[in-house]
Design a protein around this ligand. Sequence first.
Ligand code: ADP
Ligand code: MG
Length: 898
Amino acid sequence: MTEATGIVGEFLSLKEETDADLLAMQCGDFYEFFADDAERVAEELDLKVSQKSSHGSSYPMAGVPVDDLTPYVSALVERGYRVAVADQHETADGHAREITRVVTPGTHLESSDASARYLAALVRQTSRGEGDTYGLAFADVTTGRFQVTQLDGADPASVLSELYTFAPAEVLPGPDLRNDDDFLERLRERSDAALTLHATESFEPGRARHRVREQFGAETLESVGIEGDEAAIAAAGAVLSYVEETGVGTLAAVTRLQVYGAREHVALDATTQRNLELTETMQGDSSGSLFDTVDHTVTAAGGRLLRRWLQRPRRDRGELRRRQSSVAALAREAMAREAIRETLSAAYDLERLASRATSGSADARDLRAAQETLALLSEVADAVAETERLADSPLADALSGADREAAASLAAELDEALVEDPPGTVTQGGLFRRGYDDELDELIDEHEGALSWLETLPEREKERTGITHLSVDRNKTDGYYIQVGKSETGDVPDEYEQIKTLKNSKRYTIPELDEKERDVLRLEERRHEMERDLFEDLRARVAERATLMQDVGRALAEVDALASFAVHAVENDWTRPEVTEGDELAIEAGRHPVVEQTTEFVPNDLHLDRDRRFLVVTGPNMSGKSTYMRQAALITLLAQTGSFVPARAATVGLVDGIYTRVGALDELAQGRSTFMVEMQELSNILHSATEDSLIILDEVGRGTATFDGISIAWAATEYVVNTLGSKTLFATHYHELTALGEELPTVQNVHVAADETDGDVTFLRTVRDGPTDRSYGVHVADLAGIPDPVVARSRQVLDRLREDKAIEVRGSDAAGDAGTTQAVFDLGSGQFAPGGETQRVETDGSPEAAAADESAEAAIDAETRSVLDELRDLDVNETPPVELMATVQQWQEELDEA
Ligand code: ADP
Ligand code: MG
C-alpha cells in the first residue's frame, strides 16, 4: 500500500492524533472528510461522495461549506459520533491545519434539543472492607449545571439507576470500570449514551482534586463537604478535564459545584422510565408521553425543568410541600397566573445564553435576549407580590433565589449599551447605542459625516458642472466613482479623471472623492473594530455574571414549571395529594393521567399499607390491569414531583424508588432473549428495592413456559414479601398465583371486573377485592399476543368443539341444556375441562342426537378435524408462547384453505 501524501496524507495523520470517530478538515471554503470518514458521513447525512486522487491513488471525499459546518456536525453528534474539527490558518508559507476542538454528545453546545444533555463520569473504588464506592459527576455544558455525588457501599444496580435518572448523552467510565465488561454491558444495554474512554490520568486523585480546585476555587471541596470523597472528586475532575480537552470552550459556564445526596431522588431506572412512558412512549414518540401530557410550560427552560422533575422525583417532603403550595396558589389565582405566563412567554433561555456568553459565542442578539429576560424577573416578582395568595406562597421564595437588583442592573447595563434590534453579526458594526461610549460616538460622527458628504456629492457636482445625468456609487473593483451619462461626458470638468468606459456612461474620480473614500474606509474599519472590541468587553462582563443569569433563568423556569402544574390541575380536575413519611398508598377514584385524556375513564381506588402490601391483580386480557398499575406508579411519581394528581383524593407515603417490569412479550418482537431479559430485570429489582419502594410487575414470567413462569413468579413474590417488604402490584394471567393470597398474610387479591357471556367480554374497568372468579378460556391465546383475527377464529373453533361428542362440558345439566354448556380450558394444566365439577358427557343414542352428530360431522371437514386433533394434543405447559403463536397462525392458514 502506498503512503497517502498531500492533503489526504495530512488528513490521515491528523486523524491519527485524535481518538474522535470522524474528522472534518478545513480546505479553503469547505470542511472535507476523506477516506472512510467520507463514506460514513455521506451515508449518515446523505452527502455526495466524490473521488480525490492523490499520487496515483484515489480517495473518497465529502465536504460541506465552511458556514454550514455546525448543523452537519450537530447531526453527526446527535447520532452518537465524536467529531474532531481541524481548522486552517494562514502562515508565512501557505497554510497549516490543526485540530481545534472535538465535538461529542456530552459537550455539544449547539444542541437543538431543548432537554438537558448531560456528560457523566462514573468512578468505582473498590475497598477491602464494605462494598464498592462510586463517584458520579454530571455536567450540562449548555447550561453550566454541574452536579456530583458519591455512593458508598452501593451495588451496581442502584448506581446505574442513579446514572439513568440523568439520561446522560455521554459517559466517561473510570479506569476500574473499563475492565468490568459485565458492568459496561449493562450500561450499554439500558442507555443510549456514548461511552468514551477518556485519559486515565484525568481520574487520578491528585490531578482531579487540583482540576476541581482550579475550576471552582481552592476552598470549594471543603465548603461543599466532599473534601474526603475521593471517588466523587475523581469523577468531577475527569469531567472537567474532558470538557477542557474537547476545546469547545464551555468550561467557563461551569461556575458552581453542586453536591447532591443520591438519597434525595426517587430511583427510576431506564426501564422504568420507558415503561411508564415518562418522556416518550414505548413506540418512541414524544407525543402521548406523561411529559407531553402535563407540559404547559411557555419557555424552553421551564420545559426542561419540568422534564427533569418528572425524571428525578424527590423524596424531600419539605420541598414537595413547597411546590404543592405554590401550585395550589397558582391554581386558585387564575388571572395572576395567566398574566405571569404571558410575561414568561417572552423569556429566552438564560441558562443557555450564559453558556454562550462564557464560551464567547454569544452575539449581540443573544445579549439583547439576555437583557430582555433579566428584566422579566422584576415583572414576575411584582406580579407575585401584588397577589396576596401568591405573595404568601413559597413561590415568592423561589423567586428570591435570584438577586433581583443585580439582575435589574445587568439588564440596565445591557439596555444602555445595545441598540434595540442589533444585527446577528458582531463584525459589521451597528451594535451600540449613541451615548454608550464617547470615543465610539466621535468615530461614528466622523464616519457618518464622511458618508453624508458622499451622499450629497451628486447634488453638489450637478450644480457645479451643470451635468444632469450624474450619480455617485461604489463597487468592489472601482471603489467610489462618479458616473456620467454618455450624452454629457463632453461636459465634464478637467479634474475628472476617467477610470472606466461603459456602453451608456463613463466613470470618473476626483481627488477629493479619493480622499473621502480613504477616510470612509478607514473610519468604517475602525468603527467595526472598535464596536467589536467593545462588544467583547461587554460579553466578558456578562460572562462574569453567568451565575446570576443561571439563577434568574432557574427562578423563571421554576415559576413556569409550577404554573404548568397548576394549569394542568385546573383543566383536568386534579387534586393535591397528601405526601407523608408513612408507608401507605391510598388513592380514591384515581385515573391514569395520560389515558384519561383520550378515554372515558372509569376511576378506581387503591389501598396499600403495612398489612396490605402486595396485590395480585387478575382479570381477562384488556380488562385494564396494566393501566391500573401504571396509574398507581404515575400518581406516586407525580406526587413526588410536587404536582397534583388525577384522583379524588390521594395519600402517598414517599417512596425511595419505583421499579416496573413488563412481561417480555412486547420485547419478543424485538428479538431479544426474553427469558434472560426478564430474569435480569427481575434480579435488578430484587437487588435494589427496599421496603420503601414501589414495584410494578406486569405479567412477569410470560416469556417462558407456564411451569417455569409460575414457579419463578411464586418465588419472587415470596422474596419481595418476606425479605424486601416493598409495596407491590403484580398482574398475572397465572390463576394459580391467586393462591398466594392464602399463603402470605400481606398478599391480597384484586381483580378487574368483566362480564363474559357467550364468549363476549364486557369490560367493567372496576377493580374489586378478591381473585377473578373464573379463568378466561381462549384468553390464553389473547395473552400470548396472538393477533385478534386468530383469536376470533379460535373462538369459532371452540364453538365447533362444543358440538364434538368427545368434548368435556361443565354444568350438572349440561347434556340437557345447551345454554349452560361451556367448554373449559384450564390454564394450569393446559387441558380442557379438568376439575371436580366437570363431567364427561357421551351423546345418547337418540335419533335427534344422531342427526346433530351427523350435521356436526358434515360441517367439519378433514382439514378442520386435523387442526382440532392437534389443538387437543397440544401441551400448552411445554410450549413457549412464540411457538404457540406460530402454531395457531398455521392452524388459521389451514382452516382458511378448508
Ligand atoms: P390489561 O393489562 O388488563 O390487558 P390494559 O390496562 O392494557 O389491560 O387496558 C386495556 C385497554 O382498556 C386500554 O386501551 C385502556 O385504555 C383501557 N382502560 C383500562 N383501564 C381503563 C379505565 N379504568 N377506564 C377506561 N378505560 C380503561
Ligand atoms: Mg396488560
